[in-house]
Design a protein around this ligand. Sequence first.
Ligand code: PEP
Length: 251
Amino acid sequence: MRKKMVAGNWKMNGGLASNESLLQQLRSVDVSRAGMVVFPPFPYLQQCVDHAAGSGLEIGAQDLSEFENGAYTGEVSGGMLAELGCRYVLVGHSERRTLHGETNEQVARKAVAAHRAGLVPVVCVGETRAERESERTEAVIGSQLAALLGVAGSDVLASAVLAYEPVWAIGTGLTASPEQAQEVHAFIRTRVAAVDASRASTLQILYGGSVKGANAATLFAMPDVDGGLVGGASLVATEFLEIHRAAAFAA
Ligand code: PEP
């Protein structure tokens, strides 16, 4: 059976003092039934890695360069993140795709870069509201996956996590219904199975988009939903721990 996990994307939020208080509450989490990883902004990674040491809490970065080193001002490589003690990295979050123009192919190259650096890429896919309304959800997610599988191949999936994040549900308070999430997660698993059936059965696929303590349990009860990628609610310890409990009990 796949172990559930919850991942907290802090986005561009936090500060030394507020991080410390949040981490104090998260570091005692019991990860035997469901894992936990948080994605702080770059300047706080060292602080978070230090605070999480000796606990089950894992730390990840919100992005990485597709390149290993060189003249890429402002970029951070996977090797640097791994050296710091990060284990995960978000790749292709919708905010990177829309605000920074990341393409499906670039996202795939970043997943490869993460894999080469020994990091677990959490690769985000999802459709916009207009795409869903015009019944193009599977076509859009199908092309995002095709680029990933075409460029990165199934080897990268051996150490990757996928996250289905409908763009219309991120930070909007609108959540996909458990049935809508299940439908897309099953579609993703089927597409991966066409390339690598055994990897598809063990692949963790997280749902993201306005996950809260109140709706986590019904989402995580779906057979192909292996946990959540949580934005806003991951900044509130009680809320994030409640979401984690829902994942642990759904396991
Ligand atoms: C996210 O940032 O990936 C996200 C899903 O945000 P929220 O939970 O706030 O919708």
